[in-house]
Design a protein around this ligand. Structure first.
Ligand code: PEP
Ligand code: MN
Length: 349
């Protein structure tokens, strides 16, 4: 349910309502609007009488939230959320592009890629240090050493770091290096991980499960939001269908559908959704045209030698070309590319 406070309700009145909610064993999430403060109430609200909070001072009315995902819904939170990670903003007017290799493979590889994507106007650097590989016999990532290299790349370029965490026990370690915690498709319904990532307080980039409906996706986001962490970026990364011509099928519908259901920013990952660099630019353009707030793209200086996902990685030159095209597409849909972060230090390589 949501409790709509009167225009001009005092802080004390808002706090009194929040305490009364919490005393019933429910959780109160205040949302400060331009006019009204709205308090989202989540938990077992079905048994409450309809007038439970309405006679309290400062309360205008209360309404049920019809969607199962309460905190993610536009009903409760009609204004879109902008997630900020260092100098990057996702969900505002500007389009944000997160780019980098699938995996951190070496210092040279990562720093070279970081500088290339930064020069091309990317807003954040991606790179996996802990990799969720389908086979246990393939490269599993560099672990903490990879995180250290990512932190060095941030020092050099000023780009915030997006990197995956796969286990609740590793959230603290990964969060101590990362600006954004990526939760991968295979872990979209790992509820312990969703909670731990939420509790870290770091922005979370949540990828859609490869066989998850949009409702399940939003309910997964709800787990993060229910910890009090509002900084969730939703990422459509392709779903499994009968089609075998591409690794996954980009559900482009997901972009406008999610935008109609939730205030959270929505980005697309055309690298994983196509699995083939030949199609990445076309699907990237389509995603921005469909209303996505950004993209996450795999870029590698030498895709043929990549230790993971080389076949879907763009070379830096093609990434530069794509960024130019995206600028034009963004303008066509009344958006613009977000300004690129300033470089903070002199490059070391
Ligand atoms: C990745 O980003 O490299 C990755 C493994 O993504 P996904 O979880 O979407 O497969
Ligand atoms: Mn990958």
């Amino acid at each position: 349910m949501m409790i709509i406070m009167k225009v001009g309700a005092t802080k004390d009145q808002i706090n009194a309502v929040m305490s009364s909610v919490e005393n019933l064993g429910l959780k109160a999430h205040p949302i400060l609007g331009d006019e009204h403060t709205v308090i989202g109430v989540v938990g077992e609200v079905q048994s409450l009488p309809p007038d439970q909070f309405v006679r309290m001072p400062g309360v205008e009315r209360s309404l049920p939230i019809s969607k199962p995902y309460k905190l993610a819904s536009l009903e409760l939170h009609p204004k879109s959320t902008t997630v900020t990670a260092g100098p990057m903003q996702v969900g505002g007017e500007g389009i944000a592009v997160i780019a980098g290799p699938c995996s951190v493979e070496s210092r040279d590889q990562l720093l070279e890629t970081a500088q290339a994507v930064h020069a091309a106007g990317a807003h954040a650097l991606r790179g996996g240090a802990f990799k969720p590989r389908t086979s246990p016999y393939t490269f599993q990532g560099m672990g903490e050493e990879g995180l250290e290299i990512l932190a060095e790349a941030r020092e050099i370029t000023g780009l915030p770091i997006v990197t995956e965490v796969m286990e609740p026990d590793l959230v603290e370690l990964v969060a101590s290096y990362a600006d954004v915690l990526q939760l991968g498709t295979r872990n979209m319904q790992n509820y312990a991980l969703l909670r731990a990532a939420g509790e870290s307080g770091k922005p979370v980039l949540l990828k859609r499960g490869m066989s998850a409906s949009l409702k399940e996706f939003l309910l997964a986001a709800e787990y993060v939001l229910s910890t009090g962490n509002q900084n969730v970026i939703l990422c459509e990364r392709g779903i499994r269908t009968f089609e075998t011509a591409t690794r996954n099928t980009t559900d482009i519908n997901a972009v406008p559908v999610l935008k109609a259901q939730t205030h959270l920013p929505v980005i697309v990952d055309p690298s994983h959704s196509t699995g083939d660099w030949n199609y990445v630019a076309a699907v990237s353009r389509a995603a921005i045209a469909a209303g996505a707030d950004g993209l996450i793209l795999e870029v590698h200086p030498n895709p043929l030698e990549a230790m993971s996902d080389g076949g879907q990685s763009l070379k830096p030159k093609r990434f530069v070309e794509l960024m130019r095209q995206l600028d034009a597409i963004a303008k066509a849909v009344d958006r613009s590319m977000a300004p690129a972060p300033e470089r903070v230090a002199v490059p070391a390589v």
